[in-house]
Each structure stands twice: as structure tokens, then as C-alpha cells.
Design a protein around this ligand. Structure first.
Ligand code: SF4
Length: 597
């Protein structure tokens, strides 16, 4: 048996044409080995080169990038000198699991036909044998109804299921190397846990060799045997997972580890501030409204919350929980079908067109995707200048002075005013987005997943900035996020939404220890911890819900997924709102004592 590594990379360099037309080396002198049956994680922020390296393992250079150095996977090499070329092995001996499986599947074909297709194209086995192998993989990946799920179409399956099916497609040819490229980044945290468990199980069972690309250290701590830390195309550190996490040698690794734990930056929680924004009994949704006043696609049901002057309230939940709809309703972008919104005691019209300019000025919204929100062709100065003109009738030198002040507030140099938005990094764009909201001089900013698209280190810096702005300017936040750690780092109070219903609310310290609503418990327990072995812990193994208890709009919405649902109580009457001794309000049939246990 050969003792040489299964994957060998020596002095890898990738060169592209830079903006000035000169060659630009984006990967420089990268070397590593992966033993057969092991998983190596490539970790780093965006721009670190992790995906570029992963693609070069398939002999692929994006946009005509030139790859040099030695790469060997099994007996295939970059130039074919080892007996086969990497590019020729793509899809068969080297396979790929991408971030968005939904985009990778053809919507008009049954999934089984797509999963076995690589085996048929590369003639690794007969259609019958490939089908049998696919069903075994479905089972190993924990997919429901492994015998029949393949006959469904992609749109009939959830994001987490499609991601598992894509892993089955990648493993169907029994490859030498599977590249996982941020395969759970687009999933909700509660879905991610199950997918990670499935991947880990199947990789072990199949003895597959993997390269796992991720920006999330806690995720790779569960999935990999070794971690390679990259920064600007260079290797900063490589080690076994436990050793790297316990004793990071490189200062950049230390920075990444520190950034993985958002620190509470919120001020001490003020005693009852004067109410600023009051949302009372809001119901809202999309599509035509029926005679009973219900929209065709209801999203929010009877949601209330109050934000005090200068306070920060976080709203968390999975995708589909309705958290972004709360911001849209408050901003007047979607009219509610019931309920009221008032600002400093004044009732706001349901939509923007009915609100005064002064009311619009006082409530600003910042979205997740700064790229879409900012016109790339406009300069930063133009973008901020427009807001100053519209709300404050400010022009000329006054406006220029204010633009410089705003840039200073968001910690960018005044020279950025001349730059076009498409010349800025993701973190800089999000700062400019914030500056645009601040230019209105608002009482409250609705922050809709403003840090979700950012790397951990940049995210930490934006959270710091938000905390400082709140302290210095007294601005209030409605902060929407899917990530409880981010919300806890910034907010005084947290509201948990599940399918448009408020299931828990209370001060952030009430979320440190149980009792929690069972859904809050699931959200908190699903966030990967920065220690190997967390995923295998018993507490992370999802308790099976009582599957026979069906969802009903009149009962607890969490019933079909609740691991502690009680037949005879939860499936009979709507849950009561209970106050826990820490002050948190929980919508559940279970008593405080039951929720602690
Ligand atoms: Fe679970 Fe019942 Fe509480 Fe709903 S009311 S969260 S089903 S225990």
C-alpha cells in the first residue's frame, strides 16, 4: 500500500489578469496534503482564495486564471503527467457539492435521474446498480422515504433535502475526492445541523476524502480532520482541528477565532425608556385579501412589540418566520391587514404614500444586500447628498461638510465620498448604507440582516459600529437577524418569531439559560460550537417530534416540529402566554418547571 498522500498540492500558484492588465497572483505558494479518508477544511474570509484553490483541484481556473505548481489527486495530475488530468476526472473521480443545490438541480426532472446521471455518463455502473446505490446514499444521508424520495421533483423538496441530494450526486461515482464548497451556508441554522450530521455520517461510512471550503470555523470544527487557514491567497497556518483551535499559532487564526464569538457590545439595558415605536396586533401577508380580511399568503399573525427611545430590539427566526416582513410593515412598504404602528405616540399610515416626509425621515431601513441597495454608478457623495437634500434641504458646502461628518461617523475616510460604490468592499458598502440611513437623522433604523452577508471579522466591526452609533447618537434599532449570537451582542430585548407568531420575548439576559420556548431552545442549540465533537453530542441529536400532531392555525404553530409537544394539551387548545421568573414571555402549554427540565 502506498504511503503517499491521497491529495498532494505543492507550490500552487494561481495568476489572473489584474485591473491594470498586469498578471496578479491571487494564490501564492500553497502546499498541503490530504490523507485518504480524511477531510481538510480550507478556511478564510471572502477573497482569501479558498474557493479558487478548491476549483484548481478540479483543474479549473475561473475566468482563464493560470494554475501552476503540482496538484495530484489519486493518480490524476494537473497536466495529466500522472496518468490522467484533473479536468478529465471532474464529475467522476473528483466531484463537487455547491452552496445552492436548488440552483444546481433541473426543475423539470425527477431527482433520482439527476442523482444517478454522473454514474451513467461516466459508466461507473449500470442504471439499476446506480439506483440501488442512490437509495443507500439517501438512507445514509437521513432523507425521509429513501425508496421513494427520488421520484419527486426539486420544487417538492426543502433546501436541506436538496443539499443532501446533491451530496448523494457527488458520492454516486465513489469519487477520489469530494469538494464541499460552503454547502450549508445558505441554510437556516436548525436545518444546517441535520445536514452537517448527514454529511459527516456519509463521509465516514464511504471513507470519502474531502476538501471542505467554509468561512465558519465552528462548522469545520465538526466536519474536518485538519484545517488550513488562508488569508489573501497564502497559507497562514495548517494543523489538526483540535490543536489549531486550542493553540492557534498565527495571529490571523487568533483573529478568526476571536471573531467567531461575538462579544456583547450592547449598553447596560436601560430601565423602561419612553416608548418610541409601538407595533400593536399586526397581521400581514401577501396576495389578494379574502372577505374575512385574510391575505392569500399570511405571514404575520397578531405581532406586537415596543421599542423605547434609543433602545435596540432584536427579532430572530428562521427564513419564513416573517421577521423581514415586520421591517417592511414598519417601513410602510407593506400595508398590514390588521393592527397599528405608532411613532412617538403618532399613528403612522399603513404605507409610505400616506406618511409625512418628517415621519419618513424618522424611520429608516437598511437591507442585507448593500450591493442591491446602492446604485453602483453613483459616488458615495452623491448617494448621501441626495438624502441630505430630500430631508434637510441641504446643498453645496454644507452638504459636503455633512457628508464628511457622516463618513467619519461610519469610520471611512472623507476621500471615499469621491469613490463609486462598485469600487468598495462588502463591509465598506454596508457602512455607506448605514451612513445613508444616518443622513436622514432618524429616530430609529430598521436593520434587516445587515451583517448576514459579511465575513465574521467584518461583521464584528459593523456590530461595534452600530453599538457606538447608538451610544453616541441615541438612535434606536429594530435589528432583524437569523443569528441569535449577533442579536444578543447588540440588543437589549429579543423577540423570537416562528411562522409569523411571537413565541417568546424578553431581555437578552433571559436568553442565557433555560427556561426557553421549545423553538428558542432549538435555535440556541443549533448554533455550532467552536469545539470538535459538538455535533456528535447527545444534546444536539434532534429529539423526534410527535409526527402525528398536525399543524393548525388555531393551535401552537410549532406543534408539528416540537420535540416536547404533549398530546391531549398542545393539540387541543391554543397555548397560553406565560411569564417566566426571569421576565421572558413564552407562548407555550408547558409550565416554567417543565421547560427548565
Ligand atoms: Fe411545544 Fe406544545 Fe409548547 Fe407548542 S405549546 S411549543 S407544541 S410544548
Amino acid at each position: 500500500m502506498s504511503l503517499s498522500p491521497h491529495v498532494e498540492v505543492r507550490n500552487l500558484a494561481v495568476t489572473v489578469r489584474g485591473p491594470d492588465g498586469q498578471p496578479l497572483r491571487i494564490i501564492d505558494d500553497v502546499s498541503f496534503d490530504v490523507a485518504r479518508g480524511e477531510v481538510l477544511a480550507l478556511i478564510g474570509e471572502s477573497g482569501s482564495g479558498k474557493t479558487t484553490i478548491a476549483l484548481s483541484l478540479m483543474g479549473y481556473g475561473r475566468g482563464g486564471a493560470a494554475i501552476s505548481g503540482l496538484i495530484r489527486v489519486g493518480d490524476a495530475t494537473l497536466d495529466g503527467a500522472g496518468g490522467a488530468s484533473l479536468a478529465a476526472q471532474r464529475g467522476r473521480r473528483i466531484t463537487y457539492v455547491a452552496q445552492s443545490a436548488a440552483a444546481a438541480f433541473n426543475p423539470s426532472r425527477r431527482v433520482i435521474d439527476q442523482v444517478i446521471e454522473p454514474a451513467l455518463i461516466h459508466r461507473t455502473e449500470s442504471a439499476q446498480a446506480a439506483r440501488a446505490r442512490a437509495i443507500d446514499l439517501f438512507r445514509a444521508l437521513g432523507l425521509p422515504g429513501p425508496e421513494t424520495i427520488g421520484s419527486r421533483y426539486p420544487h417538492e423538496l426543502s433546501g436541506g433535502q436538496l443539499q443532501r441530494l446533491m451530496a448523494a450526486m457527488a458520492l454516486i461515482t465513489q469519487p477520489d475526492l469530494v469538494i464541499f464548497d460552503e454547502p450549508t451556508t445558505a441554510l437556516d441554522v436548525t436545518t444546517q445541523v441535520g445536514v452537517l450530521q448527514a454529511f459527516r455520517r456519509v463521509v465516514r461510512q464511504q471513507g470519502a476524502t474531502g476538501v471542505y471550503v467554509s468561512h465558519d470555523l465552528a462548522v469545520v470544527a465538526q466536519m474536518a480532520d485538519q484545517i488550513l487557514v488562508l488569508n489573501r491567497g497564502r497559507v497562514r497556518e495548517q494543523n489538526r482541528v483540535a490543536a489549531l483551535l486550542e493553540a492557534p499559532a498565527d495571529d490571523y487564526t487568533q483573529l478568526l477565532i476571536a471573531a467567531a464569538h461575538p462579544v456583547v457590545k450592547a449598553q447596560p439595558i436601560p430601565a423602561k425608556p419612553e416608548p418610541l415605536l409601538e407595533i400593536a396586533g399586526i397581521s400581514a401577508g401577501y396576495g389578494p385579501i379574502d372577505r374575512a380580511g385574510r391575505p392569500a399568503y399570511p405571514v404575520l399573525s397578531d405581532v406586537s412589540l415596543t421599542i423605547g427611545r434609543g433602545a435596540a430590539v432584536g427579532v430572530i427566526g428562521e427564513s419564513g418566520s416573517g421577521k423581514s416582513t415586520v421591517a417592511r410593515v414598519v417601513a410602510g412598504l407593506l400595508a398590514p391587514v390588521a393592527g397599528t404602528i405608532s411613532l412617538a405616540g403618532e399613528t403612522l399610515a399603513p404605507t409610505v404614500s400616506g406618511r409625512t416626509r418628517e415621519q419618513l425621515r424618522r424611520v429608516q431601513i437598511v437591507f442585507q444586500n448593500a450591493d442591491v441597495a446602492l446604485n453602483p454608478a453613483h459616488s458615495v457623495g452623491d448617494i448621501l447628498g441626495r438624502v441630505l437634500r430630500f430631508y434637510h434641504d441641504m446643498h453645496g458646502a454644507d452638504a459636503q461638510r455633512r457628508v464628511a461628518e457622516l463618513l467619519d461617523l461610519i469610520r471611512l475616510p472623507a476621500t471615499v465620498a469621491e469613490r463609486r460604490c462598485d469600487e468598495l468592499s462588502g463591509g465598506q458598502k454596508q457602512r455607506v448604507n448605514l451612513a445613508r440611513a444616518l443622513a436622514a437623522d432618524p429616530d430609529i433604523i430598521l436593520c434587516d440582516e445587515v451583517t448576514s452577508a459579511l465575513d465574521t471579522v467584518v461583521r464584528g466591526a459593523i456590530l461595534d459600529l452600530l453599538a457606538d452609533l447608538r451610544r453616541d447618537l441615541g438612535v434606536a434599532y429594530l435589528f432583524i437577524s437569523h443569528d441569535i449570537a449577533t442579536v444578543k451582542a447588540l440588543c437589549d430585548e429579543i423577540v423570537v418569531l416562528y411562522k409569523g407568531t411571537r413565541v417568546e420575548s424578553g431581555r437578552r439576559d433571559g436568553y442565557d439559560t433555560p427556561p426557553f420556548h421549545p423553538y428558542t431552545d432549538l435555535l440556541i442549540g443549533s448554533v455550532p460550537e467552536l469545539r470538535p465533537g459538538w455535533l456528535a453530542d447527545e444534546s444536539v441529536q434532534a429529539a423526534a417530534p410527535l409526527a402525528h400532531l398536525a399543524e393548525s392555525p388555531d393551535l401552537c404553530r410549532f406543534l408539528p416540529r416540537c420535540p416536547v409537544a404533549m398530546a391531549g394539551r398542545c393539540d387541543v387548545a391554543p397555548p397560553p402566554l406565560r411569564e417566566m421568573s426571569a421576565g421572558n414571555m413564552v407562548l407555550c402549554h408547558r409550565t416554567e418547571a417543565e421547560l427548565v427540565g
